[in-house]
Design a binder for this molecule. Structure first.
Ligand code: ADP
Length: 498
């Protein structure tokens, strides 16, 4: 008999109340529906029930939001607030997010499907992101540059202006924070469009911004479908910079649209992260960590370690252990305390993952475990942790981003081959290397073509550490001090002194 997925779904009263209101845009300080009254249904991926009807915004809504952000940028209602005050405001946002973490985690769990404890950790990381960027507000300034004796030359770090921001559905609240915190810290205004699969937690953030004194019009929220609201935002002439996180395919469209008005573009796109394992490691530990690397968030992570590139010498032992870990991973709804992996986010995503399982099998990869619907529930987009062995470099399962819990195992006989296999993909977002040989660790870290390399660890993030891609994984950097380049522009002033 099928298990009732709803058991234990005790949504706290405050989160329930919020869910009834969450389907709203927030433009120029006012919560409102889409101009045309259109909505789309947002589903809970574990129960397949409708959580909320959300505004299906069109180009008019996007235009209203961009106009509001433009006015706010031009009259300097945010950028002219004294830095120490702006910093204090962002600190307060961080505190309020942390206070609300339990309820906010429920919203992302319901909307995305992830385990509540994971959602809560991500909300706290979002609070830290605001704390970190609050620190930059009054520490971002220009330089004086020596030139001719009768000239004083100095630089100013100024906001870029109106930022159009588009985020994916895998870390709904955290991705909003990654965009909004630096944008505001450096004095910009913004329009954010969340993913249509997970729109709900964003309004909570925007309400908090209003509560602590971010003026109306500075931060605007527009919901909608990618090809409509998203496309209208990146094509809008009133936008100065576009920061996009999503698929490489849509990244291309965004860049093409941005070319028309020469928007500054930052793209954080797909990945096919290799986890390179040499034969001198503790195999049991690596098996656990490699499973976490691929199956965390049901594999729906742009940095997910979806390729295990392993030395032939420990291949059999590692695969046996990995199989055991995968088969003991508890798949279930986010509100079950023992769930380690939730459903994938939507029916479309479920079908995409199942489609790749067929592709891999058709290409001759060997199914070690998984490949099917999981959990024994009556509804929901649950998929088993899946491992394919004997994957060759040319196979689609080795080259394309699945965005689901599907691991491809590849082997190598020596270091050169390991590096070659690891790098033999179009992507370069992240990589991981496991070895007890410190010389080899640093050598391989240098040779891996990726914006982030983890050595004997995986999945570490910190607001202080910049993040972004090599190759087709995009360009520009978020977080850390490189965010200064993304969200400010430099003006040089020449003064005749004699
Ligand atoms: P994924 O494959 O992870 O769903 P997408 O790249 O499709 O990633 O979506 C990421 C974000 O991009 C979402 O907010 C989505 O609405 C938006 N989006 C999708 N298509 C477009 C488009 N043509 N123009 C602008 N944004 C888009």
């Amino acid at each position: 008999m099928a298990v009732d997925v709803r058991a234990g779904r005790d949504v706290p009263e405050r989160a329930q109340r919020y869910l009834r209101e969450a389907g709203a845009n927030l433009i120029d300080g006012t919560e409102r529906p889409a101009v045309g009254g259109g909505t789309f249904e947002d589903l809970d991926p574990a129960t397949e029930e409708v959580l909320a009807a959300v505004p299906r915004s069109n180009a008019d809504d996007v235009d209203a939001a961009v106009q509001a952000a433009r006015r706010a940028h031009q009259d300097g209602r945010w950028s002219s607030v004294p830095p120490v005050t702006r910093a204090r405001v962002l600190q307060q946002v961080a505190d309020l997010i942390a206070d609300d973490a339990d309820d906010l985690a429920w919203i992302d769990t319901l909307d995305n499907g992830k385990p509540w404890s994971h959602a809560r950790a991500e909300v706290l990381a979002a609070a830290n992101c605001f704390r970190y960027f609050a620190g930059w507000v009054d520490k971002t300034y220009g330089e004086t540059i020596p030139s001719a004796p009768n000239r004083l030359v100095y630089s100013l770090r100024e906001p870029v202006g109106v930022c159009g921001q588009i985020i994916p559905w895998n870390f709904p609240f955290l991705m909003a924070a990654w965009k909004v915190a630096p944008t505001l810290a450096f004095g910009n205004t913004l329009v954010l469009k969340p993913a249509e699969q997970t729109p709900l937690s964003a309004l909570w953030l925007f309400r908090l911004l209003g509560q602590v004194g971010v003026p109306p019009g500075v931060a605007n929220l527009v919901h909608g479908v990618g090809e409509e609201a998203g496309a209208a935002l990146v094509a809008h002439p009133g936008v100065d910079a576009v920061t996009f996180t999503g698929s490489t395919e849509v990244g291309r469209l965004v860049m093409r649209a941005s070319a028309e008005h020469l928007h500054r573009v930052t793209l954080e796109l797909g990945g096919k992260t290799p986890v390179v394992v040499f034969d001198d490691v503790d195999v049991a530990t690596v098996a656990r960590r490699a499973a976490f690397a691929c199956f965390y968030n049901a594999g729906q992570v742009c940095t997910a370690g979806t390729r295990l590139v392993v030395s032939q010498r420990i291949h059999d032992e590692l695969i046996a252990r990995l199989k055991a870990v995968a088969e003991s991973t508890v798949v279930g709804p986010g509100w079950h305390a023992d769930s380690r992996m939730g459903p994938v986010v939507s029916r479309e995503q479920y079908e995409r993952v199942a489609g790749y399982v067929d592709v891999a099998a058709g290409e001759g990869a060997e199914l070690v475990t998984g490949g099917h619907r999981s959990g024994g529930f009556d509804v929901g987009f649950f998929f088993e942790p899946t491992v394919f062995d004997r994957v060759q470099v040319g196979m689609r399962i080795a080259q394309e981003e699945v965005f689901g819990p599907v691991l491809a195992v590849q082997t190598f006989s020596d270091e050169d081959e390991g590096v070659h296999v690891a790098n033999a993909v179009p992507y370069g977002l992240a990589a991981s290397v496991w070895t007890d040989d410190v010389r080899r660790a640093h050598r391989v870290a240098r040779r891996l073509q990726a914006g982030t390399v983890w050595v004997n660890t995986f999945g570490d993030f910190d607001a202080a550490v910049s993040f972004g891609g090599y190759k087709r994984s995009g360009f520009g950097r978020e977080l850390g001090r490189h965010a200064v380049e993304t969200y400010t522009q430099v003006k040089h002033v020449w003064v005749a002194t004699g």
